[in-house]
Design a protein around this ligand. Structure first.
Ligand code: GDP
Ligand code: CA
Length: 320
């Protein structure tokens, strides 16, 4: 029987890791539980950045350099909208990408749940994994900030893309998560998994949001399968992006060991840190999580496949 691997994924970090995993274990049956807390409504359209990043990356449609959005993209629709004075201008929606959001919004309007819509979009892209949104219910991550001396709560995308996390995140709230239900197939995939992997995705606004959907954290923690994660923090800083800002909001230091302790031994069986952080392995092991140091830079598919193999090997070790 094919090995069943379940991966909880955000956008770029999750998608790139998945490409390595597909290369390392081409025979495996991979289910991805994708973060939808980053979703936003723009120009009347439902945009799901993390699901699309996974779909485009595995389907060969991604802008490799940027890590998100379509390759060979143009922005004519966006500039036409701007000519009407209709924004936001800070969110980069390209012409090719627009088509995805139009199809998605049309299907949602016709009554299909997001999980069915995602499956339909994936029939074009053939990502080679089963891509499930964490929930069919609306969840939206909001961030509390102080701007010009005034406390405001803004959408995560406004914090991340417009403000580039230039001010402190005082709180991060996955609005709607408490009432959300796991999408069809999510709990079953976790219960039947042979291995559960947490890729180097953002621990707060990607994986943390998925775990905030009632039932998912419990299903991961109580699964028969070993749970192994890979650190998105290398040498005391996120490899890309501004994860340190949202980690600070939840009181977690930006170190590979602190992120492991944040997930905790109740959730994680194994944790991979980069060789640069090898000295922190004993601290993780003291917390009851088996820890190894291996190179964790996803410079190309070969290096990423090696990371995936290391994660699967660690899963076998902790299973035994
Ligand atoms: P997002 O939704 O696009 O922000 O993507 P994810 O949440 O899936 O992943 C973001 C995280 O990936 C960031 O915190 C980065 O530090 C991490 N990341 C990106 N590239 C690498 C890499 O090559 N190695 C490791 N270890 N982490 C990475
Ligand atoms: Ca994201």
């Amino acid at each position: 029987m094919r090995m069943r691997i379940v991966v909880l994924a955000g956008g770029i970090g999750g998608a790139r890791f998945l490409r390595g995993l597909r290369s390392a274990a081409p025979e495996a049956d991979v289910t991805v539980i994708g973060n939808t807390g980053d979703d936003i409504h723009l120009f009347g359209l439902k945009v799901c950045p993390d699901l699309d990043t996974v779909m485009y990356t595995l389907g060969g449609g991604i802008d490799e350099e940027q890590g998100w959005g379509r390759r060979d993209e143009s922005f004519r629709v966006k500039s036409e909208l701007a000519a009407y004075g209709v924004g936001p201008e800070w969110f980069g929606l390209g012409d090719r990408d627009f088509a995805t959001h139009i199809v998605r919004t049309q299907m949602l309007g016709a009554g299909y749940p997001l999980s069915a819509v995602t499956e339909a979009l994936c029939t074009r892209w053939n990502p080679g994994v089963r891509l499930l949104p964490m929930s069919d219910d609306r969840v939206e991550t909001h961030v509390a900030v102080t701007l010009d001396g005034e406390r405001r709560v803004i959408h995560f995308q406004e914090y991340w893309v417009r403000l580039r996390a230039s001010v402190d995140a005082e709180a991060v709230v996955p609005v709607g998560a408490e009432e959300a239900k796991p999408a069809p197939g999510v709990l079953q995939a976790l219960a039947e998994a042979d291995v559960i992997l947490l890729p180097p995705s953002n621990p707060v606004v990607s994986i943390g949001t998925i775990l905030a959907v009632p039932g998912i954290r419990e299903a991961v923690a109580s699964a028969a399968a070993p749970v192994v994660g890979l650190s998105p923090i290398v040498g005391g800083a996120p490899v890309r992006g501004m994860a340190d800002k949202v980690l600070a909001a939840v009181g977690v230091e930006s170190t590979a060991a602190a992120v492991a302790r944040h997930y905790g031994a109740g959730l994680l069986d194994g944790w991979l840190v980069d060789t640069a952080d090898a000295a922190s392995a004993p601290e993780v092991e003291e917390a009851g999580i088996r820890c190894l140091a291996v190179p964790l830079m996803m410079t190309d598919t070969g290096a990423t496949a090696a990371m995936a193999r290391a994660a699967l090997a660690l899963a076998e070790e902790v299973r035994a």
